[in-house]
Design a protein around this ligand. Sequence first.
Ligand SMILES: CSC[C@H]1O[C@H](OP(=O)(O)O)[C@H](O)[C@@H]1O
Length: 341
Amino acid sequence: MQNLVASSLKYENGTLSVLNQYLLPHQQVWHECNSVEAMKELIISLKIRGAPLIGLGASLLVAHLAEQGATKAALTDAINELEATRPTAVNLMHCMAALREALKQSDFVIAIVATAERLFIEDIELCERMATFGAELINSGDNILTHCNTGALATAGIGTALGVIYKAQQQHGNVHVWVDETRPLLQGGRLTAFELERWKIPYTLICDNMAASLMAAGKVDKIVVGADRIAANGDFANKVGTYNLAVLAHFHNIPFYVVAPVTTLDTHTICGNDIEIEQRNSAEVRGVSGSFGEALWAPTNANVYNPAFDVTPAKLVTGWVLDSGIYDKSDVESGALAALK
Ligand SMILES: CSC[C@H]1O[C@H](OP(=O)(O)O)[C@H](O)[C@@H]1O
């Protein structure tokens, strides 16, 4: 397989490595990954995360195993096991379906390697296209609120929603970002803040429950977020807390955009109610661990509700920024998303 390098995933000279996003920003540790078990652990623990990136990491691993002589049966098992690691982000299913097709070819090793390479390179291009369309929505002087991490760390390219912000800053300058810290795993406070600093884009970190008062004070011009799965009717799942922002944006009359590539579209899912939402470990809510230390603040056995994602209904979305253009409510109601796949 050719060398493929992204911010937090790389395949170089026969070695697949993943940057441990759970330890960022204070420790930058790369893990070599050579087995299905290792990749499953990296995905489930969110060391590798972000809807597009988990699909790409799993794909590169399968291609690596194919090159090392894994049998068709072993590759089929690998694809099935990796696909089951996280249920909500559809990019993973999209990538695993493409690999299953490649596995049907007589020269399946060549086909799997070519598919993994294509998926990786395509993701870079999809990010670029979303950013180009989305940057047109942003004006110089805008204060943009975002949630979770949707940047280069989460994709092979410059990112989805954060890629739009990056492109807008490059084109118009003078953009300021309100970064939701994004409880419970703090992808905003740890990863988005890290990326904005690296890109020298001015930002201010807030706790998730501060967004309402900022909006009421007229300090948020636009909200841009990513997605893990967009249903045919435009409803979409994204990091838990996104729906709160959409309701607040509607109340305060603030434009609310979702940015995602075609690989995040799931036209077989009719509406948001049909999206399976990943439930995560209660320890993530009772306390924290990782590069931010170890702390347990809730009673050890506190009953916890910890969905990783929530669903935002299409009626609260101002625009869907995809790699093929920007779609509004009337486009979506007339079936524009459903027609894209
Ligand atoms: C551009 S990635 C979309 C997405 O991935 C995130 O989830 P996680 O950190 O759990 O993998 C989040 O929902 C982002 O918007």
